[in-house]
Design a protein around this ligand. Structure first.
Ligand code: SF4
Length: 373
């Protein structure tokens, strides 16, 4: 049955009020991302993000410290089987140099992201975490290093890591099996996310939009999974095929649907930290700007050393991988200002909502200032 635009808007009104819809209702919205409805959604999403975060946009300095990975996800350009990937690892000194450069540029969150690389044992990684936190105690440290044991997660947390990103990618068992080899399971992924929450991390999850075999039913399940998880961060981006993977010939996801889902997520999880991702900027040159206007409040520029940036290619045509990446920081700042928002020098922690009021107790007590290039 075809819904009228008014009926669709009523669903969005209810999502704004109740923060959740049924699976069928989500499917109805996802199947109808017409421009009029998207605009209606984005306006509400901007209003909600403004309520919680004003016009602030938070920066995360991304340090891609290893592109070795023991896994073989079918969509990923640095999967183990890709013999054409030129592999690298950063030393502790190189990582600290990235932090130093980032700190000077106003970054107050560093994200250590890498493949699942056994070289970085718990001992090696905790040593790096400790050193970063000793040198930059006013900064938050986010890890994105995949599935590890509870003991490893706990050791990293005790060493000073504040946040952890682990996308679930798809909340549907069968679809998960189409994107990953049998060694990886959705149950393990969910178990890791629960353990990270239990330990006390600010947790981020998320999924690809338009991945091979994905249906609007899967996307609705993704939204319901995120609603149940109540993560502090959600990262979504369009699927983009990498030429050296089994999905080389698959169609890419679209910016429009990704933006629509960003808006829905803002209404569902009002205070969530929501990045306008690099993948969104890759599929559409204005994608990150549009992401901010659809309710996103975070950007994650690349702080990795220039010489390795073009080696961490999870998908084709990734932006900001060459010399131009250094300029990204200033470019992003002026683009954000032109949208009516401002990049701030701030850890950018999650703002808890209790009883309709914001509880900012997890925020570090420090003066926030507008970034001046
Ligand atoms: S998606 Fe992550 S875990 Fe999977 S192969 Fe790529 S880097 Fe490894």
């Amino acid at each position: 049955m075809k819904q009228s635009i008014e009926e669709l808007k009523q669903l969005i009104d209810r999502l704004e009020k109740e923060h959740v819809l049924s699976k069928e209702e989500f499917i109805t919205l996802i199947d109808n991302p017409v421009p009029e409805l998207s605009e209606y959604l984005f306006e509400k999403a901007r209003g909600i993000r403004r309520e919680h975060y004003g016009t602030d946009v938070y920066l995360r300095g991304l340090i891609e410290f290893t592109n070795y990975c023991k896994n073989d996800c079918y969509y990923c350009g640095i999967r183990r089987s890709n013999r054409n990937a030129s592999r690298y690892r950063l030393t502790k000194d190189q990582i600290l140099a990235c932090c130093k450069e980032g700190y000077g540029l106003g970054y107050r969150t560093f994200v250590l992201q890498g493949g699942e690389d056994g070289y970085y044992s718990d001992e090696v990684l905790t040593d790096i975490i400790r050193d970063i936190k000793i040198r930059y105690p006013d900064c938050a440290l986010t890890l994105s290093v995949g599935e590890r044991s509870y003991e490893s997660y706990l050791a990293f947390y005790e060493a000073g890591a504040d946040r952890y990103l682990l996308r679930h990618e798809t909340a549907d068992q069968v679809h998960y099996g189409k994107l990953h080899p049998p060694a990886l399971t959705l149950d393990t992924r969910k178990q890791c996310l629960m353990e990270l929450k239990e330990i006390g991390y600010q947790v981020g999850s998320g999924f690809m939009v338009g991945s091979p075999g994905q249906t609007s039913g899967h996307l609705a399940e993704d939204l319901l999974f995120l609603h149940a998880l109540q993560p502090q961060m959600v990262g979504i981006g369009p699927f983009i095929a990498h030429h050296d993977t089994p999905f080389a010939a698959e169609e890419n996801g679209t910016a429009d649907l990704t933006l629509f889902l960003l808006g829905l997520i803002r209404l569902m999880l009002p205070a969530v930290l929501l990045p306008a991702t690099t993948a969104l900027g890759t599929i559409d040159p204005a994608g990150r700007d549009k992401g901010i206007l659809a309710g996103a409040n975070v950007v994650m520029p690349n702080l990795s050393p220039r010489e390795v940036r073009n080696k961490y290619l999870l998908y084709d045509n990734k932006i900001c991988t060459g010399d131009e990446a250094a300029e990204c920081r200033h470019d992003i700042d002026s683009r954000i200002r032109s949208l009516g928002y401002q990049v701030v020098v701030d850890r950018g922690d999650f703002k808890q909502i209790t009883g309709g009021k914001k509880d900012v107790s997890c925020e570090i007590n420090q003066s926030r200032r507008i970034y001046q290039p």
